[in-house]
Design a protein around this ligand. Sequence first.
Ligand code: PMP
Length: 285
Amino acid sequence: RIVYVNGAYKRYAEAAIHAEDRGFQFADAVYEVIEVLDGRLVDATRHLARLARSLGELAIARPMSDRALLNIIGEVLHRNRVRNGIVYIQVTRGAGPRNFSFPGPEIFPTLIVLARAQRRGWADELAEQGITIKTMPDNRWGRSDIKTVMLLPAVLAKDAARRDGANEAWFVDSSGAITEGASSNAWIVTGEGVLVTRQLDTRILPGITRATVNDIAASERLKVEERAFTLSEALKAREAFVTSATNTVMPVVAIDGKAIGEGRPGPVARRLRSRFHQLAEISIV
Ligand code: PMP
């Protein structure tokens, strides 16, 4: 396996970063995950735009142009012979003597690009069953709209979910509203057939899959309400699902041990899933 690290293509075992990298010291870093389908990138334009936004919000310098980054992504896919899977991009503020203050312009950001192969169709099999959710208080910081590597709340939430036999965690804010999943956006379908997902605010990541599903819903003339919804509304919903680049649209069949709808993947989630790659941007690298 080959990993791109700061200008060089390294063998996996040697793909190291500096001990004083700020990503390691302070989680002073952002990342992106892009799906690879048949050797092409899914929604790359939107993912790279969000990467630029995350970097901008934290005043981390952009390591290079999108064109140059796409060339590296293509090279990493090629060198690893990855046709289906994901690309992981991480940018930190760089390495330097441990100091909370930003380093000067002589310190360049650290950039890592790695690819992981996944068997095509693995998520389709999971989607046939649907996944289960455990809810827990949203104990993350107030800027969940920035895709930082500061993922400890998500790590702990996912592990608590797993110990409970659930696949994903949904965070609940202090008003009782669902914010989002630990690594996904949360959606429900009401008894009237309206899709509901939280409005974009600082408490959720502006999911790329969420944006594309919004486009698909519009093309299917499905009504979408972007607003907060509570756990009790979710428990009464006809359907629920999550969206993320790794899973696209994944039906949810139970929340906190209670069946949603019929307790099986619902028709709206299945329809959106089957349409997803037809409407997403698919680009060659
Ligand atoms: N919310 C969070 C907290 C996430 O980590 C992710 C996945 N990275 C998402 C939502 C889904 O975003 P996307 O559709 O861009 O993968």
